[in-house]
Design a protein around this ligand. Structure first.
Ligand code: IPE
Ligand code: IPE
Ligand code: MG
Length: 238
């Protein structure tokens, strides 16, 4: 791949696990399990081609409405992912960062502890920054950011006059990170489903009908190639 203009930050809505499972006469949770394999391949590849930030949508604030067995299956997969990467952390150059409402009471305590632990032991890694959006909702994130700002104003840590777009963005879960350059959604759905509404304002969107368990590094490269052909204007004229 031509290394010029590789996006700094790629965001992915990993969608279509359920439909993939149905097509193969398998339980939905098997679709999710296959989806985590795709994710492992994409993380490695993204790091390899020099992407600095990868943000994936793993579980939305709306996904709690799914049947309990499916929610439990997804939580089990996250727990397994965390256990494996806590073990592998010394030999991996990936900075793990969770985005979303991880302090909400519906997150099991052991899961929260593992998330915080993996963040802590990888915080000085210089390779890919991998953001996992778990119990993430864009509107929820904006409300939490507003509450923290109000709190800081009341504590006189900042002055309300100081609040502008740049300051506000720092209160979001993505903090000091750059906004995604490219957002990929698999499964053929053409919507953002409450994913990064603030941060995706000027991102390039790439939609593919490929279902997430079937998504490959070649497909990922096709999205990057398409991105490289786009002309971003950010509201400017030529
Ligand atoms: C995405 O796949 C994974 C999560 C939302 C957790 P889905 O489970 O939404 O798959 P479809 O959209 O039903 O095919
Ligand atoms: C978005 O997918 C959430 C994740 C991929 C984690 P959904 O499958 O939940 O979104 P909708 O319901 O199709 O909008
Ligand atoms: Mg879906």
């Amino acid at each position: 791949m031509d290394e010029t203009k590789v996006p700094t930050h790629v965001a992915i809505i990993m969608d279509g696990n359920g439909r993939w499972a149905k097509e193969h006469n398998l339980p939905r949770n098997e679709g999710h399990r296959r989806g985590t394999k795709t994710l492992e391949n994409i993380i490695k590849h993204a790091a390899h081609i020099g992407i600095e930030y990868l943000t994936v949508y793993a579980f939305s604030t709306e996904n709690w409405n799914r049947p309990q067995s499916e929610v439990e299956g997804l939580i089990k997969l996250l727990r397994r992912y965390l256990d494996q990467h806590i073990k592998k952390a010394p030999s991996e150059d990936i900075r793990f960062n969770a985005i979303g409402d991880i302090f909400s009471s519906n997150i099991p305590q052991d899961l929260r502890d593992k998330i915080i632990h993996l963040q802590e032991i990888t915080k000085d890694k210089k390779g890919l920054c991998f953001n996992m959006a778990f119990n993430y909702g864009g509107r929820n994130e904006i409300i939490r950011a507003c509450k923290s700002i109000i709190n800081d104003i009341l504590l006189k840590h900042i002055d309300d006059e100081m609040v502008n777009e740049e300051v506000f963005a720092k209160y979001l879960d993505t903090g000091h990170q750059p906004d995604p350059d490219l957002m990929i959604r698999t499964s053929g759905e053409i919507r953002t489903s409450n994913f990064l509404p603030w941060q995706l304002t000027y991102s390039e969107f790439y939609f593919t009908s490929c279902l997430w368990p079937e998504f490959t590094v070649q497909e990922f490269d096709m999205a990057i190639d398409e991105y490289r052909r786009r002309k971003r204007r950010f509201g400017n004229s030529e």
